[in-house]
Design a binder for this molecule. Structure first.
Ligand SMILES: [Zn+2]
Length: 336
């Protein structure tokens, strides 16, 4: 059996013919295996969904309890048969509940990693390399120019700005699943114990992370009460990046606009978005993490998907690893 007989790109997503299932399909299908809860990977309307307990719960929070016809919980590391194909889920270190999916059949083994990062994240389980013949990697930051700095240093820059501008509200744009909770948790680890104000779109997911044992400290809705605008002077407000682009943000006086994203490495992107304080915090692997992970899996072949595919394919070829881009469409990650 050739690897492409086991998994192959289709318009709906990555398809496994012998198992008759898709991984992270972008359109409704009969059976989906889902790596994590970000909207571009986890969509509502499938006939059946298999995912980790956390990912199933996150999908229910985001889409409602009827997001799928039936659901099957995957236990990390446990091998189960899906129509005769051996399937197992392994931690990906991307966001709470995120997993790589290992698919083995006919003597072949492929790992579809979804999105992943290698550095420590206090809000989710760390990535575990899984040996395989073919490793499918993302390439969101697949260029050597992308080297993410240390998280603690970025959080320290936020706290330094807060000290420097004690009257200004610090608005931190962070994606609502994963990044927002990670920023809050990193602030707590840095010793910041003041109330952090959150946009309403974050409430349910922050509550969920708390219920999973991830302590986020005192949080309060960022709604203007009797105190008016001055109530948020010198405070940190966390919200989804889209919220800071609209009228919602105008309620705060003289705000410092910050944005936590791997893209903040690119000065031009920060400028375009009017970001005064770019925080380089990514839930994706940087270049060094990508190439180290490819080596760790021992894969003799690499398929590259969503992102800067060409540079990573070239790196593999130079290093004697067969590689090709998959050209899957529909993955504009909400959690970069
Ligand atoms: Zn993601």
């Amino acid at each position: 059996m050739r690897p492409s007989d086991l998994l192959q790109p289709r318009p709906q997503g990555l398809y496994c013919p012998p198992g008759d299932f898709y991984i992270d399909p972008v359109k409704p299908v009969a059976r989906a295996l889902i790596t994590h809860g970000h909207a571009d990977h986890a969509r509502a309307g499938h006939g059946a969904v298999m995912a980790t307990r956390e990912t199933l719960e996150i999908m229910a929070i985001r889409y409602g309890a009827d997001f799928t016809g039936s659901r099957q919980e995957a236990t990390l590391g446990e091998r189960v048969s899906v129509n005769g194909v051996e399937v197992s889920f392994h931690p990906a270190g991307h966001v709470l509940g995120s997993a790589q999916i290992r698919v083995a059949h006919g003597g072949r083994c492929i790992v579809a990693s979804g999105d992943y990062k290698r550095r420590r994240d206090p809000t989710c389980q760390g990535f575990e390399p899984v040996a395989c013949d073919v490793f499918i990697t993302e390439a969101t930051f697949g260029l050597p120019v992308f080297r993410h700095p240390d998280d603690a240093g970025e959080i320290a820059r936020l706290l330094a700005s807060l000290e420097q501008f004690p009257e200004r509200t610090h608005l931190v744009g962070a994606y609502s699943l994963g990044k927002a909770q990670r920023v809050i948790r990193l602030l707590r680890e840095a010793g910041y114990d003041e109330t952090i104000h959150i946009h309403g779109a974050l409430q349910k997911l922050c509550d969920y992370f708390e219920s999973e044992g991830i302590a986020l400290g005192p949080l309060s809705p960022a709604t203007i009460g009797n105190g008016g605008k001055s109530a948020f002077a010198g405070k940190i407000v966390v919200g989804p990046p889209s919220a800071f682009a609209d009228r919602w943000a105008r309620r705060f006086s003289d705000p410092v606009s910050a944005f936590a994203s791997g893209w903040m490495r690119i000065r031009q992107r920060a400028k375009q978005r009017g970001v005064e304080l770019p925080l380089i915090l990514s839930d994706h692997s940087d270049w060094d993490e990508l190439v180290a992970t490819i080596a760790d899996t021992g894969a003799s072949e690499v398929w590259v998907t969503h992102g800067r595919e060409e540079a990573l394919v070239r790196w593999c070829e130079i290093n004697g690893i067969a590689a090709r881009p998959l050209h899957l469409v529909g993955y504009e990650d909400e959690g970069d």
